[in-house]
Design a binder for this molecule. Structure first.
Ligand SMILES: Cc1cc2nc3c(=O)[nH]c(=O)nc-3n(C[C@H](O)[C@H](O)[C@H](O)COP(=O)(O)OP(=O)(O)OC[C@H]3O[C@@H](n4cnc5c(N)ncnc54)[C@H](O)[C@@H]3O)c2cc1C
Length: 385
C-alpha cells in the first residue's frame, strides 16, 4: 500500500485546484440561483482533459483511473464548484460503455464523453420502485430489430444538458420470460422520450427531471453489452458513482472547513479569536479527522477499483460514500456553527451547502441501503426486506 500520491497525481490536483479557484463558489451559486448552468467551467475543465481523465486514451480520454477522476471532482468541489455531472457522465456511463460496450458503441459515445463535448445522464430511480431496484417497471420488449421501451424515471439529474440518458430497465429473457436488468442508451431527442423538471428545494445548478418513456423505439444496438449481463455492468458503473459522490462530498466539506478555520482564526468577540476556544476548536479538529478518514476510504475504493477488484471495491465504495456523507454533513454543520450569523448570509452560502451535502445521505444510494449492504454482505447478517 502506498499513501503517497505520484508526481502526476499531485500535478493534476494542483492544476484542477487552480481552475477551481478561477470559478469558485460565487460562480457556482450565481449559476444555481439564476437558473444557469456550469457550462463554462465544464468546457474549460474538458479542454484541459480533466473530464475524461479516466477513459481510455484510444477514445480521447486521459488513460488514467477513477482515482484521478476523483481527484478532479474533489478539487473542484474543494474550490466550491463541484461538477455533479462528472459523477454521471464519465464515471458511470463512460465506465460502463468502456468496459462493456461494443466497438461501435465505444466509437460512438466515448470520444464525446471523454472530450466533455457531450454529456450522458443516468436513470435508474423510479417513482414506485425507489431504493428497490428489483421493482423497476421500465421494460424493454423486442420488436424485430428494435427495442420498445416504456416506463417512468424520477430525480434524473442534468437531462436538459445531456445528449442521451443511460436508462436502467428490464428485458424479458427469451426462454423463461423472466425480467432481467438491461441498460439502454436513449438519445434525448428520441420520439416518445419526454422529460419535465421537478421543482427542487436545493440550490444546485444541475436540475432533476421526471422522465416519461412511452413506446420509445430504439435500434438493437441501444442495448449496452450483453442481455442478461446487465447486473454485473450496473455494479461496474455504480461503484464509480459512489466513489465520485464521496469525492464531491469530501471536496465540499473541505471548502466549508477552510472557510470555518479562516473565520475562527480572525473573528474576535472576547479577547482572543473564537478559534482559540476549545468549544469551537475541538469540533473543528474532530470533523477534520472524520473527513480524512472518509477520504482515505474513498481513495482505497478508487485504488481497488482501478486494480480491477470489483468485489472489494464495491464494499469500499459503499463505505466511502457512507463515511463521506456523514463527515461532510457534520463538517458543514460545524462550519455553520463556527460562523454564527454570518453562515446564514448569501455571502458565505454555507446554509445552502448544507442542503447539498445532506443530499449525499440520500443519493445516489441512501445511508440505510448502505447499512443494509454492510450488514448483509460484510457481516453476513440476515436480510429483513
Ligand atoms: C439531487 C438528487 C439527484 C439525483 N440524481 C439522480 C440521477 O441522476 N439518477 C437517478 O437514477 N437517481 C437520482 N436521484 C435519486 C436517488 O438516487 C434516490 O432518491 C435514492 O436512491 C433514494 O430513493 P427514493 O428517493 O425513492 O427513496 P425511498 O426508496 O422511497 O426511501 C425513502 C427512505 O426509506 C429508506 N428505506 C428504503 N428501503 C429501506 C430498507 N429496506 N431499510 C431501511 N431503510 C429503507 C431509505 O433509505 C430512505 O431513507 C437523485 C436524487 C436527488 C435528491
Amino acid at each position: 500500500m502506498n499513501f503517497t500520491e505520484t508526481d502526476e497525481q499531485l500535478a493534476l490536483r494542483a492544476a484542477v485546484a487552480e481552475l477551481g479557484r478561477k470559478y469558485g463558489y460565487d460562480y457556482f451559486t450565481k449559476q444555481a440561483r439564476t437558473g444557469g448552468r456550469l457550462t463554462q467551467l465544464w468546457d474549460e475543465a474538458a479542454k484541459l482533459g480533466f473530464i475524461g481523465v479516466n477513459l481510455p486514451e484510444q477514445y480521447g480520454g486521459g488513460g488514467a483511473g477513477l482515482y484521478e477522476l476523483a481527484i478532479v471532482l474533489e478539487e473542484l468541489a474543494a474550490a466550491g464548484c463541484g461538477l455533479l455531472m462528472m459523477v454521471v457522465s464519465p464515471a458511470i456511463c463512460g465506465t460502463i460503455i468502456a468496459r462493456f460496450g461494443t466497438d461501435e458503441q465505444k466509437q460512438r459515445w466515448l470520444p464525446k464523453i471523454a472530450s466533455g463535448s457531450s454529456i450522458m445522464a443516468f436513470g435508474i430511480t423510479e417513482p414506485d420502485a425507489g431504493s428497490n431496484s428489483h421493482k423497476l417497471t421500465t421494460v424493454a420488449t423486442r420488436d424485430g430489430d428494435t427495442w420498445v421501451l416504456n416506463g417512468r424515471k424520477i430525480y434524473i439529474s442534468g437531462v436538459d444538458e445531456a445528449e442521451a440518458v443511460l436508462i436502467v430497465g428490464r428485458s424479458a429473457d427469451a426462454k423463461t420470460g423472466k425480467l432481467r436488468p438491461a441498460l439502454f442508451v436513449v438519445p434525448t431527442d428520441t420520439p416518445g422520450f419526454t422529460f419535465e423538471p421537478i421543482e427542487m428545494d436545493i440550490i444546485m445548478p444541475e436540475k432533476q427531471y421526471l422522465l416519461f418513456l412511452d413506446d420509445v423505439r430504439l435500434p438493437a444496438d441501444a442495448l449496452i453489452g450483453e442481455e442478461g449481463a446487465a447486473l454485473l455492468q450496473l455494479f461496474a458503473g455504480l461503484n464509480p458513482e459512489r466513489i465520485m459522490a464521496a469525492a464531491m462530498a469530501v471536496g465540499s466539506a473541505r471548502y466549508a472547513l477552510e472557510k470555518a478555520v479562516g473565520y475562527a482564526s480572525e473573528r474576535t468577540v472576547w479577547s482572543v479569536p473564537i478559534g482559540a476556544h476549545q468549544g469551537l476548536a475541538h469540533p473543528l479538529a474532530q470533523v477534520k479527522i472524520e473527513l480524512e478518514l472518509a477520504r482515505l476510504m474513498m481513495q482505497k475504493a478508487a485504488t481497488l477499483y482501478d486494480a480491477g477488484d470489483d468485489m472489494a471495491a464495491g464494499e469500499a465504495a459503499n463505505m466511502a460514500k457512507y463515511a463521506a456523507a456523514e463527515a461532510s454533513v457534520r463538517t458543514v454543520d460545524q462550519a455553520i456553527q463556527s460562523l454564527g450569523g454570518s453562515s446564514m448570509t448569501k455571502e458565505f452560502g454555507l446554509a445552502a451547502m448544507l442542503a447539498n451535502v445532506r443530499t449525499t445521505r440520500i443519493a445516489p444510494v441512501s445511508r440505510e441501503m448502505i447499512l443494509n449492504f454492510v450488514a448483509q454482505y460484510s457481516l453476513g447478517l440476515p436480510k429483513s426486506y
